[in-house]
Write a protein that binds this ligand. Sequence first.
Ligand SMILES: [Zn+2]
Length: 539
Amino acid sequence: MRAPQLTVVGLDAATFDVIDPLLEAGDLPHLGALVEGGAAGRLRSTTHPLTPLAWTTMVTGVNAGRHGIWDFSERVEGGYGLRLVNGSAVRAPALWSRVSAEGRRVGIVNVPFTWPAPELAGFAIAGMDAWEREDGLTTPPELVRELKQRFGRLLSDHSFPLDSAGRFDLDTVRAICAQRVEIVQWLVERYEPELLVAVFMAADHVHHLGWPDWEARGRESVVAEVYRILDAALGELLERVGGENVLVVSDHGGGSLEGVVNLNAWLAREGYLAYAERDDTRAELSHRVFEARRLLPPSLRRRVKQLVPGLRDRAYAYRRAPSVVDWQQTRAFAYGTFGSVVVNLRGRERDGIVDPADYDALCDELVRGLSDLRSPSGERIVAAVHRREDLFEGPELERIPDLVVEFRDYRWLGKGNLTERSSGLEDRIAPTAHPSAVYAGSHRHDGIVVLAGPAARAGARLSASILDVAPTVFYLLGEPIPSDLEGRLLAEALEPALLDERAPRYAEPEDVELAAPQAYDEAGEAELEERLRSLGYLE
Ligand SMILES: [Zn+2]
């Protein structure tokens, strides 16, 4: 078996805030060896540092104004509903598509927002936006059958590591990691990719529920144990498949969550948003019944299903067409969970009422008001409110909300609930599958980057942008760096002798055809929606 020229291991949400103390204690020997013998440092994520946006930015090497991915859901044109986003909505080529178009073999496993699995020379298993069904799950398409025959049920790390009683279940995390390593080894032996990218999600999930435990118990916490499991998987993977050079990255960091603001409640209080007089529509009733059925034992749930056929469809139809807001009286509204505000602009939104001539003044006013949001103890909690043009540029800019509310250190989140009227500013993230679980961890801007192997400059300490990963990957593969990438080659991570011997080359980007956007079908949408809601990423 030939080792990949470059093996990229993605550890979603991994942060040096956890890694450093564990390295010090000798708890992460494999990552420790890579850091010790290689170049390592912080990888600054996107604003918002949110998985869909962050991973897509990393693997395309361009900003969201060009790739078009903002959040887990996006607004449906010509209305106020939301639909779930998947990899086919990405409007810029991922680095593996470009590398594959050059005739190089690649393999990607579990990278978020890669469903349907992309066409490429090599193999792909789609990530957290993939449904459970076989279609779209792998490239080549028949691979999924073979994987199931060989490895049994495919385990995925797309839910919280909790058992049915709500206790942490780390054996499942171990089993998922072990199976993934087995599968990747088999795939690498079979396809011999020159570029391998494999992602593990467990650190992200354990942060969200276990961060207070990390703060209280450090090395003894579930968070530390998950990092040790990931470190063991990393060691096992590198031992089995290797990699001439190895890059370990995360899409963002993690940290505590202090509170959640319901931005629509604030907008209503300040007179920007009006709730509808009557929101007791049949659809909302279905939605409520559908929600309430989660509290029932499985047998009764089945009974409800028999009694009210089509309940699920009606409940989701309600979600897609929220009726809780009086759009004709609303100048601005929020959606998502990280802080996204949209102006109800005339000519752009279905029932837009804001005159385009007033757009700038309204945005300025909202920026001032939102910047002054405070915690119940009176502390200011917003670092900045950005106009989208200040952060992004490109043909997909319209898919980004007008205002981006950046909370201080992301210790707070700004929820935009459009399906339920809420009077209080204070809110919470409620992972639906585990109502008793406390969602107390969130993301941070600083992820990690570690480069090890002969190309790495040992001991180099890095401060990189998430946009710098793609150009660096092209260089490590010996390919010219496409000139339309927005980041820079991380030259300080590289052995100076290598740079002398092989100066970076740049080339005009080749045309890479993008796959057509593909929506989930009704059942797929429902399945993905449940998954994301159970992770707290969707209202
Ligand atoms: Zn993430």
